[in-house]
Design a protein around this ligand. Structure first.
Ligand SMILES: Cc1cc2nc3c(=O)[nH]c(=O)nc-3n(C[C@H](O)[C@H](O)[C@H](O)COP(=O)(O)O)c2cc1C
Length: 322
């Protein structure tokens, strides 16, 4: 088979009889990564795959009428997800995975939803492949890494920086409600590697300075935090401690913040925000000559949903970014 780039493919619904093809592609692509984690028992693997085989949710990727891979994807109210994207090794190295993934990304972009997937931790080539296409690691357990691609607004403005300890919790829900119809660029700090402030700046290569560059590029910045123990989240505190880097080692970026408008959004359970929660943000704005625009507090009710009044207020708040 020639190694010409593949730019076209078709998807056909899978049928019961595709199981052998699925098994072949699954084993060929994943065995090197499954085996070190779990060992490899051929009979067990076949039974396991059979028990989980659901042709109704699967598509077969075809190139020139030939079966070339397997795709399982879907859409939920808050995300698009890719459950499986496996390319037969015979068709690998020709860009087929990339074109299929691009189409998934376009679907997520059109729906303004994040695209999520997980890979085995041992599968470093897959992880790198998704990173190259803009996915960031959101969290991991012993075996798997969950990765997200976030849709961003066309303009990168406002830049919304979210500092929850989870990507799709109450804070994200608050944001989704507020910015439902308004494009924005989201940086989810949960998916970023930002460590505690270090006097010796050994951490200068982590993600903080990249986020700072995005802030300098934006006109309007919204910092969003959940309320944890009556204060801002630890993620937010670590993030704002790192602003010290902008006075110590990257004064150019610190200077670049002057004149930016900054808002604070807080999502919490008490009916009113704790006194003083804004103080660090006011201080930062004073120090870097940013223009502090105030706080929007979203109140999460007992049923863990945003209180209606808060939902309305959050949407009103976001209208100023239209
Ligand atoms: C570590 C932690 C501490 C919390 N502390 C408080 C608190 O002091 N008072 C309160 O009313 N709610 C508290 N909560 C509830 C959160 O404020 C609330 O559920 C928030 O919206 C969670 O956002 P998230 O889903 O993005 O993490 C806490 C939650 C966590 C995880």
């Amino acid at each position: 088979m020639s190694k010409t780039a593949i730019t076209n493919y078709q998807l056909r619904p899978a049928v019961q009889g595709d199981f052998d093809f699925f098994k072949k592609v699954h084993h060929a692509t994943l065995r090197p990564y499954v085996e070190p984690l779990f060992g490899w028992d051929e009979v067990w693997q076949a039974e396991y795959l059979k028990s989980r085989y659901n042709p109704d949710e699967m598509k077969i990727i075809q190139v020139d009428g030939q079966d070339a891979g397997v795709l399982v994807f879907g859409q939920e109210p808050d995300r698009v997800f890719v459950k499986q994207l496996l390319i037969d090794p015979i068709f690998q190295g020709r860009g087929l995975g990339t074109v299929v993934l691009h189409d998934m990304i376009e679907q997520a972009r059109a729906s303004k939803l994040p695209l999520s997937l997980s890979v085995l931790r041992s599968n470093l080539p897959a992880k790198r492949f998704y990173q190259r296409h803009g996915f960031v690691e959101a969290y991991h357990d012993e075996q798997r890494v969950w990765m997200h691609w976030e849709p961003s607004g066309q303009t990168g403005d406002p830049l919304v920086i979210m500092a929850s300890s989870r990507s799709h919790g109450h804070t994200r829900h608050t944001l989704d409600q507020a910015f439902r119809k308004i494009p924005y660029q989201l940086i989810d700090l949960h998916g970023k590697s930002i460590s505690y402030f270090d006097y010796d700046h050994h951490n200068r290569l982590d993600d903080f300075l990249w986020v700072a560059e995005q802030m300098v590029a934006a006109k309007r910045i919204v910092l969003v935090t959940p309320l944890y123990w009556s204060a801002i989240s630890g993620v937010m505190k670590v993030f704002i401690d790192r602003f010290t880097d902008l006075t110590d080692i990257r004064q150019d970026l610190g200077d670049g913040l002057a004149g930016k408008k900054l808002w604070l959004m807080v999502a919490g359970k008490p009916e009113v925000a704790p006194v003083g929660i804004e103080i660090p943000f006011v201080e930062i704005c004073n120090h870097f000559k940013m223009d502090y625009q105030g706080m929007q507090y979203a109140y999460i009710g007992q049923d863990r949903k945003l209180e209606t009044a808060s939902e309305v207020a959050a949407a009103e708040f976001a209208k100023q970014f239209l």
